[in-house]
Design a protein around this ligand. Structure first.
Ligand code: FE2
Length: 432
């Protein structure tokens, strides 16, 4: 018997294997971490509202004996996050449709590389939460719309080709969805999976908000979650901060109801005979939810912490971070504003919810700065020295970092502070 044969042991299936082979076999049998995360990362947890039959795909009848209509709601075939819902009427019945037209964003592809500052505060309010969207920048992964809402939405809306992240700067109201109502207030992020029919209703107008449209799903970062998707102790928020729809309102109404569907970069207005929120119950892992930026618990340190510490969401080729009021770095010699950095592989966008940003001069509430990849940025002259001794910050900002360049739109140029790129000059140079 050779030495290696002496160490062979009996396998589960009666075959003879070495300890090393058994170890690898065990690893292969173990559920793969990536597989588990893929199925758990998109939504915080299983949720259900309303009435459900005991088993899926079985007879579920109304009080009058007719069948409810079951619908599987999925964002990625039959294997992505899903919900199963039960309609009073057929969700497939359409009374008519009307092509509204092309809504693709026209990006500027010949703009020079330079730092940008857009001032959005004085944008006039116009339209509703959909028609008022002004595209400012984007790429193949994400589009940033600025919205100063003037009117309530009358029609319902469904984005069938992108997930949406809405950020409510000010104002409050209710986001009515097919999954139920979500109340919102200033600082709320609303994460809306593609395919969700919804309508924003505001308590007062005008209201400032952002609409970020994502080609891929908007998710909670993997590094905040364990193998079953639960938020970890070091995550800057917990499941208690996630607000799914809290009340399912079922409308058994016949009439004329319009749903604007975004797909193929066009809007099509669908007319239905029955109210689209005729759902008596649903359950699953796919639904809209809210998280308020004030519930983000900043992680602070002895020395300056980099932007990833503020990460809130993850998208395809981009991240969203929240810069919130916090205690600053506590080393006695700490410089509490960011060091200059060369973001050679990402474009950085900051949306300022107030003007209390220690490292940045000249910004105001509603400002947007875009620091594109390829040129360094950092605090303006004097900001480092002025920051020394500060123990806390009241800054509040939303950050979008993309791995691929963002292109601006004509509408963005109309809001631009053309002298922003000069704000790092230590003396005024002649000829510029
Ligand atoms: Fe930066």
């Amino acid at each position: 018997m050779r030495p290696d044969e002496a160490s062979r042991i009996e396998g589960d299936d009666g075959s003879r294997t070495t300890p090393s082979q058994k170890k690898w076999a065990a690893l292969r049998r173990r559920p793969r971490r990536t597989t588990i995360l893929r199925y758990n990362k998109a939504m915080p947890r299983y949720h259900r509202l309303g009435q459900l039959p005991r088993y899926r795909h079985t007879q579920f009848r109304k009080p009058n004996g007719e069948l409810y209509s079951e619908q599987l709601f999925s964002t990625r075939g039959f294997s992505g996050p899903m919900a199963t819902m039960y309609h009073i009427n057929l969700p497939t019945e359409v009374a008519g449709w009307e092509d509204i037209g092309d809504v693709s964003v026209k990006f500027l592809t010949d703009e020079a590389l330079r730092h940008r500052h857009l001032k959005t505060r004085t944008m006039p309010a116009r339209g509703d939460a959909l028609s008022g969207r002004i595209p400012l920048m984007g790429n193949n992964d994400v589009i940033w719309y600025q919205v100063h809402v003037a009117e309530q939405m009358k029609d319902f809306y469904k984005n069938a080709e992108g997930d949406e992240l809405l950020f409510v700067h000010n104002g409050s109201g209710v986001c009515e969805t097919m999954f139920g109502d979500i109340n919102f207030s200033p600082g709320d992020y609303l994460v809306i999976p593609r395919g969700t029919i919804y309508r924003m209703q505001f308590d007062s107008l005008p209201t400032m908000m952002l609409a970020i449209e994502s080609h891929g799903p908007i998710e909670i970062p993997n590094r905040y979650r364990n193998e079953v998707g639960q938020l970890l102790e070091h995550a800057p928020y917990s499941e208690r901060d996630i607000r799914p729809p809290h009340e399912l309102k079922t409308y058994d109404q016949e009439g004329e109801f319009h749903v604007i569907v975004k797909a193929r970069k066009r809007h099509t207005r669908y007319t239905y005979r029955f109210h689209p929120f005729d759902i008596v119950g649903w359950d699953g892992f796919c639904y809209p939810w809210a998280f308020n930026i004030k519930d983000f618990a900043p992680i602070t340190g002895k020395l300056h912490m980099p932007p990833p510490i503020h990460q809130t969401f993850h998208g395809h080729n981009f991240v969203i971070c929240s810069f919130c009021p916090r205690i600053l770095d506590f080393h006695p010699d700490a410089i509490v504003v960011p060091y200059n950095h060369s973001n050679v592989d990402s474009d950085e966008v900051l949306y300022y919810c107030n003007d209390k940003f220690g490292s940045r001069k000249g910004i105001e509430e509603g400002s947007i700065t875009l620091h594109p990849l390829g040129i360094p940025h950092g605090p303006q002259p004097g900001a480092v020295e002025a920051s020394i001794g500060a123990t806390k910050t009241e800054e509040l900002a939303v950050m979008l970092d993309t791995y691929y360049p963002l292109m601006l739109t004509e509408q963005a140029l109309a809001l631009e502070d053309p002298n922003y790129w000069k704000s790092w000059q230590t003396k005024q140079l002649s000829g510029v």
